[in-house]
Design a protein around this ligand. Structure first.
Ligand code: HXC
Length: 510
């Protein structure tokens, strides 16, 4: 027993008590602290505690590397099993060698076999230099396992420290990435290499910081204030998603459908249809307790995506944000929402789309940047999704963007519209200019005539009643009924079963 206790104690202190304390003094959690916080200070079944690294190069065999620099195990988050690995920077800089990699692969394989999420804390100097090509091979095996697990169990990567070079590709292959402010960085080539190769001068903040990835590159989904906050974000995210792709998300089915009207929803609609509506205020009234976990909140702010519950049912919400870029769809908004839609579809999360979109963003940069390809991702993702799809048209729904926001034709199960909805090929102003050019020019008062025609066009061609009369939408509703109608729609589609012709996978435009 003494032997076991001694060994356990030696592994528990990782790179040594001094190193652990030094990290804590800097306000950082250790690898084990992170797991302990994730598992809510409950039990963890650890595996691979006694591994020995197999390195024979550069005299590494003389060094003892406790747990080979990565702690792996299974614990419980809100009672549900979750597999996790946590790299220990105090042991050879958390660097990844063959044994370290095989521990990560083993815990991922365990998660796949038993259908549970994988949470990885990345805090590493990258490939273990002394192990040479074996470390590269190890990374390759981790990437392969990330892809193998993708679509089977949710994968969340927390970047808690450095994550350099090819190492960044393991997080990039997961579903969600969280970076911690102040301590983490992620890049393929750092500022020094960039300068040496291209002459470009930049700082780490420009290319590899949480802020840069959250707002500019769009590589990550959440920014955490510190280690504890990163763990809270993981827990919050897990509270909306199922353990694997054959389970339902954690709905709260005991909650009744709330049929009470919400007149406050009406008050959010500006008098003037040109004044933007803040869709986040709509979402806050729609979800239970205003509890909405926004994903990628700093990237492509013209579309809002995230998780909430509506009368107990977990939903993924995709909403145009008219307060930013007039709510147009552009390249980044298309990428952001397409990926979110696909996540929801994999994990059986119903999708609610809130539409207020004037169209795709016009511009040379958009056309040359491939808005056709990127916008097509959104169309593809919606059309391919077989989860319940509920669409609510709030105001504008024009042209291709109307279709791209999950119209009936793209497979929406139920589509509703507020009376303020304008569903048309294009905005009234542009349309009358094309259709009634001569009438306007020859009118005694062209300005007055144009106004008249706009009103006529809006009532005739863009009216939600016109769309409803054609069966393109199911119903026109009072905005005060929005939550109740969506809640019922969700209950009524939750048992949806849709199968498609068998295939390897579709060819989404990437
Ligand atoms: C082995 C490493 C290591 C590595 C750090 N250490 N990185 N050991 N392989 N890759 C060790 C150090 O020797 C040191 O050991 C301890 O970890 C702490 O490192 P420090 O440098 O003292 O820490 P710090 O000053 O905080 O700097 C952290 C760091 C730096 C910025 C990460 O260590 C660093 O630049 N490391 C190399 C990063 C790198 O180039 N990795 C390869 C990337 S390419 P002692 O014994 O002194 O405590 C890559 C390819 C992947 O990863 C390809 C996949 C396809």
């Amino acid at each position: 027993m003494d032997e076991l206790a001694k060994r356990r104690e030696a592994v528990a202190v990782g790179g040594g008590k001094d190193k652990l304390e030094a990290r804590r003094a800097k306000g950082l959690m250790t690898a084990r602290d992170r797991l302990d916080a994730l598992f809510q200070h409950g039990p963890m079944q650890e595996s691979g505690m006694h591994v020995k690294h197999g390195c024979h190069n550069f005299g590494m065999e003389a060094k003892d590397l406790p747990a080979d620099g990565v702690v792996t195990g299974v614990g419980y988050v809100d009672g549900r099993p979750v597999a996790s690995y946590s790299q220990d920077f105090t042991v050879a800089g958390g660097s990844l060698g063959a044994v370290h990699a095989s521990k990560i692969c083993d815990i991922m394989e365990f998660a796949i076999r038993n259908g549970m999420p994988v949470v990885g804390f990345n805090d590493s100097g990258g490939a273990r230099i002394q192990e040479g090509v074996e470390s590269l091979s190890g990374y390759g095996q981790v990437f392969f396992k990330n892809v193998y697990a993708s679509g089977v169990v949710p994968q969340i990567a927390v970047i808690s420290g450095p994550c350099a070079g090819g190492a960044a590709y393991s997080p990039a292959l997961t579903d969600f990435i969280i970076m911690t402010k102040g301590t983490s960085s992620m890049f393929i080539t750092g500022p020094e290499v960039i300068k040496a190769v291209t002459g470009q001068v930049c700082t780490m903040d420009d290319i590899g910081s949480p802020a840069a990835h959250a707002a500019v590159s769009g590589n990550i989904h959440f920014v955490a204030e510190n280690d504890a906050h990163a763990v809270q974000l993981v827990q919050k995210l897990l509270s909306f998603i199922p353990s694997n792709n054959v389970m339902d998300p954690p709905h709260r089915m005991d909650q009744p459908v709330d049929m009470n009207p919400d007149p406050g929803m009406r008050d959010l609609i500006p008098e003037d249809s040109k004044t933007p509506l803040d869709v986040k205020a709509v979402i806050a009234r729609l979800v239970d307790g205003g509890d909405f976990l926004e994903v990628q909140m700093d990237f492509a702010k013209n579309i809002v995506v995230g998780f909430g519950r509506i009368c107990g049912i977990v939903v993924g919400i995709i909403a145009n944000q008219p307060a930013v870029k007039a709510g147009t769809l552009d390249i980044d908004a298309s990428d952001k929402s397409a990926r979110f839609i696909r996540f929801c579809n994999i994990f059986n999360i119903p999708i609610v789309s809130l539409v207020d979109v004037p169209g795709f963003l016009p511009g040379v940069a958009q056309e040359r940047g491939g808005i056709i390809r990127h916008g097509a991702k959104m169309l593809f993702a919606y059309a391919a999704a077989t989860v319940p799809k509920i669409t609510m048209i709030l105001r504008k729904a024009y042209g291709g963007a109307y279709l791209a926001m999950c119209s009936k034709d793209l497979g929406a199960d139920l589509v509703f519209a507020w009376p303020t909805a304008e569903i048309a090929v294009m905005g009234a102003q542009g349309a009358v200019k094309i259709l009634y050019k001569r009438e306007i020019q020859t009118a005694a008062d062209p300005v007055e005539k144009e106004k008249e025609l706009i009103a006529e066009y809006t009532a005739k061609f863009a009216s939600p009643y016109q769309a409803a009369s054609l069966g393109i939408i199911n119903d026109v509703i009072d905005p005060a009924e929005t939550r109740a109608i969506i809640a019922m729609a969700l209950r009524n589609t939750l048992s949806k079963r849709e199968t498609r012709p068998p295939k390897k996978h579709g060819n989404i435009p990437l």
